[in-house]
Design a protein around this ligand. Structure first.
Ligand SMILES: NC(=O)c1ccc[n+]([C@@H]2O[C@H](COP(=O)([O-])OP(=O)(O)OC[C@H]3O[C@@H](n4cnc5c(N)ncnc54)[C@H](OP(=O)(O)O)[C@@H]3O)[C@@H](O)[C@H]2O)c1
Length: 263
């Protein structure tokens, strides 16, 4: 039987004491306090989902986003707490990402080990669909950046993605290009990440794509890059998404081997 840590037990107790009942279509948003996560949260509210919003710091999240969501403190590095937070969850959007390229909250521990914890807990909870916000430049076709710290971050994101791909969960990996603090406008180009070059995308559009992916069969078991494209008609991205192939599990090729980047 799984051994629960103190924070996990406290979390489980908080759910019980709140009297929360299992809700249909409960979406856990990991990283709800972040830019993409909060954009997804607003849309989930509009669409009538029940949400469980996680943050590492409730007071800071309330200050930034208000108290309309019932914030749950969760550090994804705490495996027991992640398993406890997954109770009754139907769908998961993971919009976490570290801003520390080194140290104990670096990509190895957040973008990789944290994602592994979320994926494993989602498998145990029978989550219906897992949406991972990663990066246009991660994955098996990721750029070899000369900036070693960025290369390492993409490396750990790629390993987190691979864990999700091999988990048996239904999933979508959304790969944003550079993020802009703008609302959704739906003028987008989505593409296989092998075809990604460069670009930027509005946070609102990333939030919209993550919520769409929860139930869109055309997004199922796919990984894609997204950029803003003024010349695209609003909504044209839906046909582009249909044309993207379902992932093969490894996606390895001689030109883009799944080798670790240099340390
Ligand atoms: N910035 C870009 O241009 C860009 C481009 C492509 C892809 N991406 C990727 O897109 C994703 C979303 O980016 P964003 O800019 O929307 O994120 P963000 O605003 O930087 O928010 C990051 C989120 O991760 C959470 N987080 C960090 N460490 C955590 C931990 N140990 N446990 C639990 N949660 C933790 C933060 O929680 P608290 O705030 O509550 O601590 C916050 O909610 C990230 O994976 C990022 O790498 C970013």
């Amino acid at each position: 039987m799984m051994k629960l840590g103190r924070s996990a037990i406290a979390l489980a107790a908080a759910f019980l004491l709140s009297g929360a009942l299992p809700a249909a279509h409960l979406v856990l948003v990991a990283g709800a306090s972040g830019r993409s996560g909060s954009a997804a949260m607003r849309l989930l509210d509009e669409e009538g989902y029940t949400v469980r919003a996680t943050t590492t710091n409730r007071a800071r999240a309330v200050e930034r986003h208000g108290a309309q969501w019932d914030w749950v403190e969760l550090d994804v590095r705490d495996r027991d707490a992640v398993f406890a937070a997954m109770q009754d969850v139907d769908y998961l959007i993971c919009a976490i990402g570290t801003r520390s390229l080194l140290g104990g909250n670096g990509p190895e521990f957040v973008d990789y080990a944290g994602v592994v914890n979320l994926v494993d807990a989602a498998v145990e909870a029978g989550v219906r669909h897992f949406v991972l916000v990663s990066s246009a430049a991660a994955g098996p076709y990721r750029e070899r950046s000369r900036m070693i710290l960025f290369a390492r971050a993409r490396h750990w994101k790629t390993l987190g993605e691979n864990h999700l791909k091999n988990s048996g969960l239904d999933y979508t990996i959304v790969g944003p290009s550079g993020l802009r603090d703008d609302p959704a406008e739906g003028r987008l180009r989505v593409m296989a990440r092998a075809d990604y070059d460069t670009g930027r995308v509005a946070i609102g559009d990333v939030g919209m794509l993550t919520v769409d992916a929860l139930t869109n069969p055309d997004a199922r078991n796919k990984s894609y890059a997204v950029v803003r494209d003024e010349s695209a008609a609003p909504g044209a991205w839906r046909e582009m998404l249909k044309a993207i192939e379902i992932d093969s599990v490894t996606e390895e090729s001689p030109d883009h081997p799944l080798m670790p980047d240099p340390e």
